[in-house]
Design a protein around this ligand. Structure first.
Ligand code: AMP
Length: 422
């Protein structure tokens, strides 16, 4: 009997596996430059965590979670998203009280949702993202948007995407808005899909996410959340918009954007492909939460975060024929001229390796011409020559092995030039 993979899952092999590796590496490099730290959380959590945070009336909790009882009869859920797990982990490990704020975590891994499988919508999929906890002011939100744009730009997607912003407001604001939506949709529900009937009962905000074309026409005319924001919420949204504009990020306000997770209570945003593609829905989504940390038993800290769908990114990259390359380390061949230079060469090599460069030292000596041949055989890109004069002047000869161009530079500049992946 031949075994098949579980419906809604997929194998990543060859080129696809390499692309996921590259996306992961590019994302973690960029998150690191924004001072985020890698954070791993379990795939399984107690179900209550998601019911409490994502919201018991959300589509995710009502219909999409992989939930089972373990042998001790505890309700366990495969993570449908990462935010709840990361916040739980920050609280449980007391980082929310011991670490200086903001506490910045990034993650990458699989998530599970029992959805109808289709292109860009799977039951097991990869997400990457960040959570920034203990934020203050609008600039944390704007910094997060900058990170998203930097990340997508480094995948050459800068001109291919479209950022949508909205602002949700406090529980009180959302309750008023819900009441208004209940009245509006209540009068029109006979013309809407069965799912919307259920959403009207449970949470009319969810109707705004409905993808059915006929329903969309009714949704377009519905009241907008902006009409219900308090003056201070309106001011905060205006301040975010102002700061986003100053960052040079182009966006559009979409007052129908509510997101499918209940914890957002300030800025919400999504990134969509600019042109119509087979990609289903948003490629990135995120926002600001005021109460989630306290709701999950932590101190009164606000936070913001986003996550992106790796498969959706891959579909978009494929459609646009963009192939991603992870930044590769420089390959440097250090050539000491005689044994007197060996110790300087060793020190230089170890400095260069600290930044992730691939470095080999030619301790075999011999003629420079044969050293260059060896460098070529090893696929080296740079030659670093160090002899008596260079040691005396704290310089080296740096040769670009493909252009043959050679310059004298100080050892300090050499380390600075190769101070990251080149
Ligand atoms: P969310 O946690 O719902 O905000 O989703 C964040 C991102 O994860 C989305 O923008 C998508 O790119 C991706 N995503 C969500 N659900 C799925 C799914 N079922 N299959 C593939 N990607 C998904």
């Amino acid at each position: 009997m031949a075994y098949q993979r579980v419906k809604g899952t997929h194998d990543l092999i060859k080129k696809d596996a390499k692309t996921v590796d590259c996306i992961r590496q590019i994302f973690s490099n960029i998150a690191t430059t924004y001072c985020y730290q890698s954070h791993y959380v379990p795939v399984i959590e107690y179900s209550e965590l998601f019911t409490r945070s994502v919201g018991k009336d959300s589509d995710i909790v009502r219909k999409e979670m992989y939930t089972f009882n373990d042998k001790a009869n505890r309700s366990i859920t495969l993570r449908p998203e990462f935010t709840a797990g990361i916040i739980r982990s920050l609280i449980e490990n007391k980082l929310v009280v011991t670490e200086p704020t903001p506490i910045k975590s990034y993650y990458f891994g699989t998530a599970y949702r029992y959805e109808r499988p289709q292109t860009g919508r799977y039951r097991e999929f990869y997400q990457g993202g960040v959570e920034c906890v203990g934020t203050s002011g609008v600039y944390s939100d704007v910094e997060m948007l900058n990170l998203v744009i930097d990340f997508l730009s480094s995948l050459a997607l800068h001109d291919e995407i479209h950022l949508k912003l909205n602002y949700l407001g406090s529980e009180e604001t959302r309750n008023k808005y819900r009441d208004a939506l209940r009245t509006y949709f209540g009068k029109r529900i006979a013309f809407m899909c069965p799912d919307c009937h259920e959403r009207l009962e449970l949470n009319p905000l969810r109707i705004l996410d409905c993808k059915i074309e006929e329903d969309q026409k009714i949704i377009a005319e519905a009241p907008k959340i902006t009409e219900f924001l308090t003056d201070s919420e309106k001011m905060e949204f205006a301040a975010i918009e102002e700061a986003v504009k100053k960052s040079g990020i182009s966006y559009e306000v979409d007052s129908g954007l509510v997101r499918g997770l209940d914890y957002y209570s300030g800025l919400v945003f999504e990134v969509h492909p600019l042109k119509a593609t087979v990609t289903q829905g948003a490629i990135v989504g995120g926002g600001h939460y005021h109460n989630l940390v306290a709701e999950l038993g932590g101190p009164d800290l606000e936070g913001c975060g986003f996550s992106f769908g790796v498969e959706r990114l891959m579909i978009l990259l494929n459609e646009l024929s963009i192939s991603v390359e992870a930044p590769s380390p420089a390959k440097i061949y250090v050539m000491p001229l005689g044994e007197v230079a060996y110790s300087s060469a060793t020190l230089l090599a170890s400095e260069l390796r600290k930044s992730g460069n691939i470095v080999e030292v030619n301790y075999a000596g011999g003629k420079l011409a044969s050293a260059f041949k060896k460098a070529e055989r090893l696929g080296m890109q740079w030659g670093v020559i160090i002899g008596d004069d260079e040691i005396k002047n704290a310089t080296v000869q740096l040769k670009n092995l493909s252009t043959q161009e050679q310059v004298t530079i100080s050892q300090v500049d050499l380390i600075a030039q190769f101070g990251g992946f080149n």
